[in-house]
Design a protein around this ligand. Structure first.
Ligand code: GDP
Ligand code: MG
Length: 319
């Protein structure tokens, strides 16, 4: 897939995800439009002129106000519209035009997410998920009074074949560390704790259960580990297809212990380029399991906090 196709898919997903968003453009730092898309373009032709003119006038402003800034996310209200400007790396800026009724927070959360994807595309990163992940709509509602108040406890269990990086993902999240030589294989279970502070009135204490890869064979113990769990990480290593194929077995194992659980499929080690699993296969598996997926790297930290934060926010959804 070429860069333009990637931009097209990404921006289409953005336009489709929020009714209030009308158009988006990717502009380089000199104000040249690299890519633009307007919702329902073929139907309302007069809109194109208006939006293009608006982009033009704002490009002058981008150059003037933000020319030297390396990083910004800015929302401006002008007449009937809100405009978002967000840096997409050093090369580009994302501009989004939305209806004035959109919340600033929504526009910023969706915009920053997409801007970061644009940066990765421009940097030539291959394995990029162009869908808007489910955490984004949840995050965009965060500051709108919909969150419950209090201290909550969430039990997260991390499952997957030996060596996929379960312990590494947890250590990255809890201590922000990564050990190149890995960790001693977990025997039984290791429990770590970390607070996820959503805001000062809403704190989630996660207890994270690192279930040893051997658990699949040590049947008598594992049911006890699963008890009371709220959330499950299903981890595989993109460089070993066998670990991807085994995901199903973990689900079946959990099914037997019948409880209400949310899942996320974690494709780990995305910093490595010898992947044996395609993005299509990952998407298809996630669809089969009716759960979201995230491309992560415990090594670089990519999406690791996001995954644990998703677990916390998913838990809050029930309130
Ligand atoms: P576990 O058995 O699932 O707990 O796996 P570990 O966390 O012990 O990791 C197994 C090996 O994979 C170790 O050598 C880690 O350093 C390595 N590893 C884990 N996560 C990543 C990652 O995201 N990228 C790379 N390149 N290596 C990783
Ligand atoms: Mg381990």
């Amino acid at each position: 897939m070429g860069i333009t196709d990637k931009f097209n898919e990404l921006i289409s997903n953005l336009l489709n995800s929020l009714e209030e968003i009308q158009a988006a453009a990717i502009v380089d730092r000199n104000g040249l439009i690299i890519f633009s898309k307007i919702k329902g373009m073929d139907k309302e032709d007069d809109k194109i002129g208006t939006v293009t003119a608006t982009f033009d006038s704002f490009i002058e402003r981008i150059k003037k106000d933000f020319g030297a800034a390396t990083n910004f996310v800015n929302v401006t209200l002008v007449d009937e519209n809100k405009y978002l400007f967000a840096t997409a790396g050093l090369e580009a800026i994302l501009t989004v035009i939305a209806d004035k009724f959109i919340s600033d927070n929504s526009l910023k959360v969706f915009g920053s997410h997409v801007a970061n994807k644009i940066k990765l595309i421009l940097e030539g990163e291959e394995l990029i998920n162009l869908d808007i992940p489910p955490i984004i709509p949840i995050l965009s509602n965060m500051r709108e009074g919909k969150l419950p108040e209090g201290n909550f406890s969430v039990k997260v269990i991390v499952l997957g074949a030996p060596g996929v990086g379960k312990t590494s993902l947890i250590r990255r999240f809890v201590d922000n560390k990564f050990a190149e030589n890995g960790y001693v294989s977990t025997i039984g279970v290791d429990i770590s704790r970390k607070e996820v502070i959503i805001n000062k009135n809403c704190i989630i204490n996660e207890s994270i259960w690192d279930i040893g890869g051997q658990a699949q064979e040590t049947a008598p113990y594992r049911k006890r580990f699963y008890q009371g769990a709220n959330f499950v990480f299903l981890v595989f290593d993109i460089t070993r297809k066998s670990t991807f194929a085994k995901i199903q077995r973990w689900i079946e194992d959990l099914d037997n212990s019948s409880q209400q659980l949310s899942f996320i499929l974690i494709a780990n080690k995305t910093d490595l380029d010898n992947s044996e699993v395609t993005l299509e296969e990952i998407k298809q598996k996630a669809e089969e399991l009716s759960c979201p997926y995230l491309l992560c790297s415990a090594k670089t930290g990519n999406n690791v906090i996001g995954a644990f934060k998703y677990a916390a926010l998913k838990f809050l959804e029930q309130y």
